[in-house]
Design a protein around this ligand. Sequence first.
Ligand code: CO8
Length: 372
Amino acid sequence: SSAVISGVGLWTPQYQISNEELVDSYNAWAERFNQNNASAIERGEVTAKPLSSASFIEKASGIKSRYVYSKEGVLDIDRMRPSLDVRDDDQVSHQAEMAIAAAQKALQAANKSAKDIDMVIVSCAYTQRSYPAVAIEVQSALGIEGFAFDMLVACSSATFGLQRAVDAIKAGSSKGVLVINPELTSPQVNYRDRDSHFIFGDVATAVVVESSQTCQSTHAFDVLSTRCVTTYSNAIRSNFGYITHATDEDPYSADKLFHQNGRKVFKEVCPMAAEHIESHLLSEGIRVADLKRWWLHQANLNMNLLISRRLLGRDATKEEAPVVLDEYANTASAGSIIAFAKYHNDMSSGDIGVICSFGAGYSIGSLILRKR
Ligand code: CO8
């Protein structure tokens, strides 16, 4: 049978950090570092920390603000990382809490309940532990029977998870799938790194995928096709992992946090993403000009403009390619799903749109949708 997306849920954390707040904190930290290391810097033994700027951030990325799950600690120059409470094993974990909130909204939007779902995928850039899977905790909290598992594909976690869901529905092996993206990125952000301290925000999104035969939603989309591709690259990397316990490395060193060669990523990923979208559409007999909406990965505004320019020969309008990263920043895999969640209600039956993610791995994933 054919697969449809029948509901989407967006859970936004209550705390927000503006570029100005973030830059003030980073610059205060950097100035203190430079003062404390003044003589070593003068002798050339230590590199001075460069200062950040809110206007650079907005111009280079389009980001104005970001949401965070916990604001405490992030701006404290004696800490420079969020402060999260330690929870007992029998309490709901942080990431499950985010996931459950988004999942409930998606179920409601799809007009579905726990009994309609038999597969739960928690798919995101990081999970807070290896086992038991966060997905199984979420499955249990929502009272869903069947099975659940976690999936990690960095920025393409949502689209790759959706592909698994669509395949399961088409194969008839599942009746309803929840794909949830609790992107708790802030614990992996290096707030002491001028080049990346502004990039990420926290959020959770969720999508219900089911058969066209069971769909009761008035805002549903047929999934016409999915396509995923990966090409190995070290340009975006985090070396954090369980092995650190055995290698005796500092678990908080910069290479254990998110780091990237932003320029290289920009140059390499834009053409890959543009070609991916174009060839995926062509294989379905759809022309770029036929697209009503592009729900693109939200990493960088200039990146999205470049991709649309390559395909359309002009900049996409905000109506064609909605932007959410000004408010949310880069939320890893959730970005294109936030855009989809906020900008799909106005579409008419037959309108075609594409969800496309691109990022670390490299990984690119796309889904071609048609409004029912
Ligand atoms: N303030 C002031 N100046 C700055 C700052 C700052 N904060 N940062 C850099 N500069 C300076 C640089 O030092 C440089 O100076 P100079 O010219 O003297 O060398 C100048 O500004 C220009 O720097 P860049 O060339 O680096 O600037 P760009 O214009 O390339 O912009 C960006 C930097 C915004 C990082 C841009 O390159 C970009 O967005 N690239 C794409 C990156 C991308 O999409 N990455 C995807 C990563 S996300 C992902 O895949 C998911 C990972 C999993 C989630 C992780 C969660 C933690």
